[in-house]
Design a protein around this ligand. Sequence first.
Ligand code: SF4
Ligand code: SF4
Length: 185
Amino acid sequence: MKLTNRSKVVSNKEMTLAEKIYLPAIFKGMGITLKHAVRTVVKGAPAVYSYPEVQKPRATIWRGHHVLKRDEEGRERCTACGLCAVACPAEAITMTAAERTKEEKHLYREEKYASVYEINMLRCIFCGMCEEACPKSAIYLTDRLVDVETNRGSFIYGKDKLVEKINERIDITTRQSEKQKNAVK
Ligand code: SF4
Ligand code: SF4
């Protein structure tokens, strides 16, 4: 059954001479490169950034390193409902739920919380589906970059890297629509 109109009919037609020698395609590609080079010179924008000392400006809606938010009283918002994990197309999110004790009321917003919450940054495609799926406004992507690591295990980000620090709150209001802001409970 055909679900969308996105599929294309594959053509097996014989390649033309121009396609066989690749030169027109190469010149076309070089033309695009040249166009961008000229535009860079004319606009005076730096062609090269001395990363990491100098970072290229990123849009406020850039989808980078996630943050697990706290509420206004500093309690973790995540209730380990798992909706973000279900929505994630890359199956990058895993978590373990736990029940809050009386003594932990100041730490976790609701009776259930994530004792373990992990995102595999090697799997993540930064699509933002987790952010959209979360009913508790607990997870957001931010304009921060994921660190460079030298071993695969370090790309599994746990709560130590995801939950915002109590004294270093991360402002995500610039990426929220008015509707989202009003929906935050
Ligand atoms: S941004 Fe997308 S791929 Fe990455 S964890 Fe969220 S839902 Fe999964
Ligand atoms: S981040 Fe949001 S969607 Fe994901 S488990 Fe926590 S509360 Fe549920």
